[in-house]
Design a protein around this ligand. Structure first.
Ligand SMILES: Nc1ccccc1C(=O)C[C@H](N)C(=O)O
Ligand SMILES: [Zn+2]
Ligand SMILES: [Zn+2]
Length: 215
């Protein structure tokens, strides 16, 4: 059987990468050099947990919501469908109504936003909060986007975050889908086990399903 290779759809974590204005930038530095320790190089990282490819815990936008370490890891591993919605600036129920969801529980939206991890976008396509009900009805438990947020960048109310949460749909942000075509994949995007956290970086990878794969 032909097996496809896993492909990386995560933003590289670089010291010049984009971050939310007023949020903590990502930085990696070597704090102990081998010539000084006599044995090893040791680095440290500093970052907001919402920089780069990451998941939101419900606690990010709801004080009573689950924290990262309380989330089921099964949400982040398994079959996912990539949908190309790059033809619209506003993603609505009507946009999604054109697709078949095939009984998958994870949907990744590829928008028109070009992937550039060094540039924080000025504007992003809008996700109508009403898609939450629609996706929940299709059995979706995880939505992934190639943008820093599922709401407008200046939103304080975060209507789409809340609508998804209310419908039991978890959120994955800042995927890199430029080189991924629409279709059925397997996804791995596991968060770190950060106790009590509101979000976590993930390493997100996809593998295209072949016709011989079972569902
Ligand atoms: N880090 C921030 C700093 C300031 C204002 C918003 C954010 C966010 O993270 C919101 C976004 N909806 C997110 O989940 O990534
Ligand atoms: Zn986030
Ligand atoms: Zn978010």
């Amino acid at each position: 059987m032909m097996t496809n290779e896993w492909i990386d759809v995560s933003q590289p974590l670089t010291n010049d990468m984009a971050h939310w204005p007023e949020d903590t930038p990502f930085s990696y530095s070597l704090t102990i050099a081998k010539q000084d320790s006599g044995s090893v190089n040791i680095g440290q990282i500093t970052t907001s947990v919402h920089t780069g490819t990451h998941i939101d815990a419900p606690f990010h936008f709801d004080n009573d919501g689950k924290r990262i370490d309380e989330l089921d890891v099964n949400l982040y591993v398994g079959e996912a469908i990539v949908l190309d919605v790059g033809n619209v600036q506003e993603i609505t129920v009507e946009t999604l109504g054109n697709f078949s969801f095939d009984g998958v529980t994870r949907v990744l939206l590829k928008t028109s936003l070009p992937n550039d991890h060094t540039r924080f976008p000025e504007q992003i396509p809008n996700l109508d909060p009403r898609i939450a009900d629609f996706l929940a009805e299709k059995g979706i438990k995880l939505i992934g986007v190639d943008m820093p947020s599922v709401d407008a960048l200046d939103s304080k109310e975060l209507p789409t975050h809340h609508a998804l949460y209310t419908n039991g749909i978890h959120i994955l942000e800042n995927l890199m889908l430029d080189n991924v075509e629409q279709g059925n994949y397997e996804l791995i995007a596991l968060p770190l086990a950060i106790k009590g956290a509101d979000g976590s970086p993930v390493r997100a990878v996809l593998r295209k399903k072949t016709e011989t794969d079972h569902n």
